[in-house]
Structure formats: structure tokens, C-alpha cells
Write a protein that binds this ligand. Structure first.
Ligand code: ADP
Ligand code: ZN
Ligand code: ZN
Length: 741
């Protein structure tokens, strides 16, 4: 018998099957999905591969499979093949998402101790480039880098165990600037010592019951059906999920629930533990060590876990006998992967639910425009919750015109109304959240005399001023330089900092309210070292007066004492370079407003803006999603954006600009000729950031309906272009990407 094997590699040229003989002694253990080690080419070491098919005979002279490792199911292999086509990537890259993280021994958990964890210091692209160009020659160094690429935050002992390399090699990589160590406090299992009392389920409200019954019917019928639970914040969506899951477990099936990474808080998990107990729960998120991830995966495989809660990648958990998939906050952009396999978890979930004949539930207070559109067309069953389940009131929302404040002579970042409200809150000892959609001290610096702005030498984007370190930094590649006081172009000293950041806001608050305690949360304070969880806990437990933060404060948490939320400038998200700017603004404002007055204290929200008449801001004031949807959809239709078409970006990247330009032009002509007529194909252009880490970036943008025919054609063009061109060139295709950079 001959096995068809796919080699585990990212090389496009090797995305095909190779024939291997199955030795007699292995025959009974091999099936589709088995991970095997095989001799390959002239390489000394055995290569990892996956069995994806069988045949009687091969036309080639074949070698033997050397060894067996892990087994995936045939269903998983089928899914991986489907993904490879749909997302234009190698089958092996998709299979990797489904494998048990880490492989061999279990890790001893180090508790309440500072340990050194290892992270990549250079950009992944740069590392891959250095490997390909033999700047890194040592096989062991490559092995470690490849391991860290997938397991950032691993400890040195973990690296030793999983790669079979000694720590001295890790040290060399640190010395050469590829890796860095970061001390991390390993926290005790937050749930270990907690006395979680069992909670009983609520009696569903009429609206909840109606939604529940519809889904229950689909479960009974063993039928695939997709539902959208559109319910305002606090309307009791989670309660419905829990009661559905209870039903699924009772019939001895398993449930997967996806939530955005940032919502995977102990609070949320506690809620599930207090209902279902710890035994049957598996939680998958990025803060787990490899050992822990490995354990959770094994627990699922052994059918011990009945409920899997996790971020995007948990959709690949090795469950058997799946009964339901739930995706909470379905509008969240984190469900789209921007890494190697550019998958959308909602599409994967749909594929799985169809195959398994089970319901798929999407839930949100601010649904994705595309989802709501499908619901309107009848492709998704809409279930609506219009009232808050515990009868708490929606907060009062005020919109303040900043233009008017200026006219009135107020040049501060706080409008008169917001100032008074903060003061009032401080007196009452209630908590306040101030939300600012920016980071750093100011966004960029500019010469007022000649217009010169300081840009990154590698990336050609504006550097950001960081006052802590008194430095200018590039947010894309990490390049930094000391601040400039005189203009390098015209020598004038009229150089000024523009924009407003969280640090500056914090300073202003300290000036205006010297007695107030504050805590700040943005990308600079939330790093690998400080989790956003720790900051939020501190805010809550130490009763800090004011939390100042960026997007990160928007989701997940429940602060009973927060009664005031101030949005400093709603305009910053309105002006992002993205067709979803209005949608993002509506979502952010609605969710941020949802943080105020969650319990018996009444909440107040103040939105400051230079565009008070903008409809996204207006509609978010009343949490009127349907009205927002109507206006937005009309705009999308007029301008031809999703859901009326798909946006496809083909990216070209490489070291030599002329080559990249030539390849993108060639591809463009081919697309013009071969892709269906009803596509708008824009001429190749440099990307908005046209150079990252000395690699040039070009792109082609296409608009049209992505269907199977187009998908096949694009795959074909991609394969042909790869076959013709140098290895250094990278081509990726991303359908409806999160960002256009
Ligand atoms: P959502 O997920 O829509 O934000 P939750 O399920 O978290 O809403 O519910 C909001 C609050 O209402 C929670 O405190 C929850 O315990 C409570 N709740 C939910 N359903 C009911 C119900 N049927 N009766 C009473 N309280 C409920
Ligand atoms: Zn100047
Ligand atoms: Zn840069």
C-alpha cells in the first residue's frame, strides 16, 4: 500500500502530495490524518508529514515511511484541504492549526514565581528572510526560531524539551538579537482557591424563551441552521447560551463557544464554572503555557471536556460528537486571522456545523453589517432581544460638540459637561472610565514652518513620540530615535507635537483633579509583562477613581461602580483609513456606553466629538442598530463595499523593488485576462506602508463576488506565479482583510 503524504512546510512549491511505501509493521496504525516522519530529498533529518490519501501503486520509486506520530481525523484533513483552497495556503499550514500544541512531556507548573519567558525580537518576515538567505545557518537555531514563532512566551526548559536543543543555543539567539527574554510572573490558577458557589439557571424571560425554543427545535431536528441572536447589551444572551449548552451536555454531546480573546476573563469563566463545574470545561487562550494548552487539548481528545470555551483558534479543538457552536460578539474583528492562514472563524464554524448537522449561533448587540444583511435576506434566522434581562436601564448618553467648546474658549481636552460630571463622580466616590482611541503621547510631529514630518527609515510612516522614554518610535518595526528639537529640513525650531494620547490625557486629569487616582491602559502599559486583566483588576479592587484607556477598556468587564463613561474624541475612529470606520465607531461607542451603570446605579455617557451630526454617533446614542444599519447599508451599496462585494488584496513582498513591481504587473495582466468580467481590478500599487524591514510591498486590490470559480482561478494563478518566480518573493491573498496596510 502507498500513502500520499503532504510535507509539513510553508514552501509553496511543496504544497502537493508525495508517495511513500507503508511498511507492514505500520500498516494497521496508519489512517488518513496520521502524522508521520519520512525521509525527504537529500536531507539528513527525517521530515514531518501528514497522510492525506492512499493508493495501490505509485509510478515512482518510493521510500518507506519511517515513523508514526500523531493522528488527526479524516474530517480534520478534509477541512484542512478545504481551507487550503479557500484561504490560498498550504494544507500543512492548516493541519498545524488542528494539532495538539507541543508534543511530548507535560510541564511542571511553576506557581507564583518569576520565570524567564522567550519572545521573538525581530519580525517574523525578517527571521524567515534570514533563514532563507542563510544568515542563520545552524539547523538548531532554525528549529528554535520556528518553535518560538508558534509558541511565544515559552520558557527555556520548555524550549529544551520540545526542540531537543540546549539552552546555549537560545542564548546565542538572544545575543544575536533574534530573541529576547521577558520576566513573567506565573500566576496561580485564578480559580484554584476560589470557592465558587453553584448558581442556578434563571427562568428565561419571554423573549429569551422564544429564542431558546427556536434553537432547541433545530437541535431536535439534527439540522444545520444558522441563527443570529441580536440583543442589546445585558439582554441575557449569555444566559441563553448556557441553557443551550446544558441541553447539549444532557444529550451527551459537546459544545464549542468562541469569544474574543479579550473577553476570556476569569469573571466570564467563573460564570460558566459556577453553572457547570470545572470538570467538564476546557478553556483555550493565549495566556496558557504550552504545557497547559497541551493538557486542555488532551482533555478534549479524551472526551473529558464537554464545553470548550476559547478564542478564534478553539474552533479547531479536537472535539467529538459536537452538538452546537456558539460565537459570542460575532462582530469582533479578532475572528478573522491575519497570520499565515487568513481564515475567518465564522466561515470555519459554518463549514463544520453544516457537516455535523448542528446549529451555529452568532450573538451580538452590534452585529457585523454582513451578518445582519444575511439575516435580512433570510439566510440566517434572526432572534431578537430588545429588553435588558435584569431590568437595569440603558445609560443616558449625551453628545458634546467640541467645536462649540472652542468657540466658548475652552481649549482643554475636557468639555465643560465632562469636567462637571467627573467632579460629581469623584464626590460621590463612583468610578469613571475615560476612553481615547489613540496611543502614546501624541501621534506624530510636524514642522509648522515647512511641513516636514519625521518618518521611519524602514517603513516610511510617521514616528510616534513617547514621552516616558523621550523617544520617537515606529509602531510597525520598532525603530526608534531621539526626539528632534529643530527641523532637519529647514532648521527652524517650529517643530510641534500633534494629536492627543492617553499619557497626555492622564497628565491633564492630574492637573485638573489633583486628588483623583488614575490608572492607564493602552498598548504601552499592556505589554507582554502586564496583562490587561491585571490593570482592570487593580482598577476594580483598589477602587481607583478614573480608568484611562484605549479600545481595550471596551470589552468584557463588568464594573458595578462605574457610572460615568467619557469618550474624549469619537472622531479618531471615524477617521481611520477603512471603509468600516462608521461601523467600528458605532460598535465602539455602543460597547463603551455599555460599561456604564450595569447594575442598580444609573449610568451616564458623554461623547465628545467635532462631528456631532454624524449618523454613527447619533444612532449609537440611542443604541439604535437597525437605524444605523439602514443608513450604512445604503452607503455601502452606493460605494460598492461588502456585503455587496468582496474585497480581495493580493500582496507582493520582496527585497528587490523592481522585481516586485514586475511580478505584480504580470499578475495584474493575467488577472485582467482570466478572472471573470464582473470584477473591478485596480492597477498594482505600492502598499500604504510600502516598505517594512527593508522588504518592498506592492499590492493589487480587486472588488467583486468571490465564488468557487474565481477561487479556483486565483489559486491557479498563484501557483503558476510561484513556480516562475524567485523564492524571496512572497505572494499572499487576503479576502476581506481587517486592515488594508
Ligand atoms: P448579555 O450576554 O446579553 O450581555 P447576560 O446574559 O450577561 O446578557 O445578562 C445580563 C444580566 O442579566 C446578568 O447579570 C444575568 O445574570 C441577568 N439575567 C440574564 N437572564 C436573566 C433572566 N432570565 N432573569 C433574570 N436575570 C437574568
Ligand atoms: Zn521645517
Ligand atoms: Zn518602521
Amino acid at each position: 500500500m502507498i500513502a500520499e503524504v503532504i510535507i509539513n512546510t510553508t514552501a509553496k512549491q511543496l504544497n502537493k502530495t508525495f508517495d511513500y511505501n507503508i511498511p507492514k509493521k505500520l500498516a494497521e496504525f496508519i489512517c488518513i490524518g496520521t502524522k508521520v516522519l519520512v525521509p525527504f530529498g537529500r536531507k539528513k533529518d527525517l521530515e514531518e508529514g501528514f497522510v492525506v490519501g492512499f493508493k495501490e501503486k505509485s509510478e515512482y520509486e518510493v521510500k518507506d515511511i519511517a515513523k508514526l506520530e500523531e493522528t488527526l481525523t479524516e474530517k480534520q484533513i478534509t477541512l484542512a484541504k478545504w481551507m487550503s483552497q479557500k484561504y490560498f495556503c498550504n494544507v500543512s499550514e492548516c493541519i498545524k492549526l488542528m494539532q495538539t500544541p507541543g508534543t511530548r512531556t507535560k510541564q511542571n507548573k511553576v506557581k507564583d514565581k518569576i520565570i524567564q519567558t522567550i519572545y521573538l525580537k525581530k519580525d517574523i518576515e525578517q527571521i524567515e528572510y534570514d533563514i532563507e538567505n542563510k544568515t542563520i545557518k545552524s539547523e538548531k537555531q532554525k528549529k528554535i526560531l520556528n518553535f518560538i514563532k508558534e509558541n511565544e512566551g515559552a520558557t527555556i526548559p520548555e524550549i529544551e524539551i520540545f526542540t531537543d536543543c540546549s539552552r546555549s543555543i537560545v542564548q546565542t539567539l538572544i545575543k544575536n538579537g533574534y530573541l529576547e527574554t521577558i520576566p513573567q510572573k506565573i500566576e496561580r490558577d485564578p480559580l484554584q482557591n476560589k470557592n465558587i458557589t453553584k448558581t442556578e439557571k434563571h427562568k428565561l424571560t419571554e423573549e429569551q424563551q422564544k429564542a431558546y425554543n427556536k434553537i432547541e427545535q433545530a437541535i431536535k431536528n439534527k439540522k444545520y441552521e444558522q441563527f443570529l441572536i441580536y440583543g442589546i447589551t445585558g439582554s441575557g444572551k449569555t444566559e441563553i447560551y448556557m441553557q443551550l449548552i446544558e441541553k447539549i451536555i444532557k444529550q451527551n454531546q459537546t459544545a464549542i463557544m468562541l469569544v474574543p480573546e479579550i473577553s476570556l476573563t476569569p469573571q466570564m469563566i467563573e460564570r460558566f464554572i459556577s453553572r457547570f463545574g470545572k470538570q467538564e470545561l476546557a478553556v483555550l487562550h493565549s495566556k496558557l503555557s504550552i504545557g497547559e494548552r497541551h493538557d486542555e487539548w488532551e482533555k478534549i481528545k479524551a472526551k473529558k471536556a464537554k464545553i470548550i470555551i476559547g478564542a478564534r483558534s478553539a474552533i479547531f479543538a479536537p472535539v467529538q460528537n459536537l452538538g452546537i457552536i456558539i460565537i459570542d460578539e460575532e462582530h469582533d474583528s479578532s475572528y478573522k486571522s491575519e497570520s499565515k492562514v487568513k481564515y475567518q472563524a465564522k466561515e470555519i464554524a459554518e463549514q463544520i456545523a453544516q457537516k455535523e448537522n448542528i446549529p451555529l449561533i452568532l450573538g451580538s448587540a452590534t452585529p457585523d453589517i454582513n451578518t445582519y444583511y444575511k439575516a435580512m435576506q433570510g439566510k440566517i434566522t434572526m432572534l431578537e432581544l430588545t429588553k435588558r434581562a435584569n431590568n437595569s436601564k440603558l445609560p443616558q448618553v449625551k453628545i458634546i460638540d467640541l467645536k462649540q467648546e472652542l468657540i466658548n474658549g475652552n481649549h482643554s481636552m475636557l468639555s465643560n459637561e465632562l469636567y462637571k460630571s467627573i467632579q460629581n463622580n469623584l464626590q460621590k466616590k463612583h468610578q469613571t472610565i475615560l476612553f481615547l482611541n489613540r496611543r502614546g503621547y501624541s501621534t506624530f510631529i510636524m514642522c509648522r514652518q515647512c511641513g516636514y514630518t519625521v518618518k521611519c527609515k524602514n517603513c516610511n510612516i510617521s514616528l510616534t513620540y513617547h514621552s516616558y522614554e523621550n523617544k520617537l518610535k515606529c509602531h510597525y518595526c520598532g525603530y526608534e530615535e531621539p526626539i528632534v528639537k529643530t527641523c532637519p529640513e529647514c532648521q527652524s525650531n517650529k517643530i510641534r507635537y500633534f494629536g492627543t494620547g492617553t499619557q497626555k490625557l492622564e497628565q491633564e486629569i492630574h492637573k485638573q483633579f489633583p486628588q483623583a487616582t488614575t490608572i492607564r491602559m493602552d498598548i504601552d502599559t499592556v505589554s507582554k509583562k502586564n496583562s490587561h486583566e491585571q490593570i482592570l483588576n487593580k482598577f476594580k479592587n483598589e477602587n481607583i477613581d478614573i480608568l484611562i484607556g484605549t479600545q481595550m477598556v471596551v470589552k468584557g468587564h463588568h464594573f458595578p461602580k462605574v457610572t460615568l463613561v467619557g469618550v474624549i474624541a469619537a472622531d479618531s475612529s471615524l477617521n481611520i483609513d477603512d471603509y468600516r470606520a462608521n461601523e467600528r465607531t458605532f460598535q465602539i461607542l455602543t460597547q463603551v456606553a455599555g460599561r456604564a451603570g450595569r447594575e442598580n446605579l444609573e449610568g451616564k455617557v458623554i461623547i465628545q466629538t467635532y462631528n456631532p451630526e454624524n449618523f454613527a454617533i447619533q444612532d449609537s446614542q440611542k443604541q439604535d442598530y437597525p437605524k444605523f444599519y439602514e443608513t450604512e447599508l445604503a452607503l455601502r451599496k452606493q460605494l460598492q463595499y461588502p456585503p455587496f462585494c468582496d474585497i480581495i488584496i493580493i500582496r507582493f513582498e520582496g527585497k528587490c523593488e523592481n522585481e516586485i513591481k514586475a511580478i505584480s504587473l504580470e499578475t495584474y495582466l493575467e488577472l485582467k485576462q482570466k478572472i471573470e468580467k464582473n470584477f473591478l481590478i485596480l492597477k498594482p500599487m505600492p502598499a500604504p506602508i510600502d516598505k517594512i524591514e527593508n522588504r518592498y510591498r506592492w499590492r493589487i486590490i480587486m472588488k467583486g463576488n468571490m465564488n468557487e470559480v474565481t477561487n479556483k482561478q486565483l489559486n491557479k494563478i498563484l501557483t503558476e506565479t510561484y513556480a516562475k518566480n524567485k523564492k524571496d518573493t512572497k505572494i499572499t491573498i487576503d479576502v476581506n482583510p481587517n486592515n488594508m496596510i
